[in-house]
Ligand binder design. Sequence first.
Ligand code: FES
Length: 149
Amino acid sequence: MDEKVQAIVKKFENGKISLIGVMQDISEELGYLPEELLREISVEMEVPLSQLYSLATFYNSFRLEPLGEHHVCVCMGTACHVKGSPRIAETLERELGITAGQTSSDQKFTLETVNCLGACALAPLVTIDGEYYGKSDQNKVKKLIEKYK
Ligand code: FES
């Protein structure tokens, strides 16, 4: 366990942050919650590993794997959904060879779906590395992905 993680665990032991706070801090620090580290902090903090896993899987903001080099998000909120985002998500899954929620084996792409990115006028909306690509369609995302490959 590195020093930064130890400092986070200390804050928990001193009652300064909650269990969820520990996980948020680690997640911010590392970008995800590595399995090995969850095992270590479970022992260190005397908290069952199953409890850490239920928190990690309950909250969408936590991830158990690192993000790929490019983070692709398809909005599945109502406005985007009625304008075809499920077909866009399927196209991306096919193009990238992964399903939503996964990272490609070469660690190049992580594909996720989200519920409303707050820019419904741009529906259907896809983001790549935080960049907005509004009024998308299946052909546009195919070409877009080629640029990132
Ligand atoms: S529903 Fe897609 S941005 Fe709002």
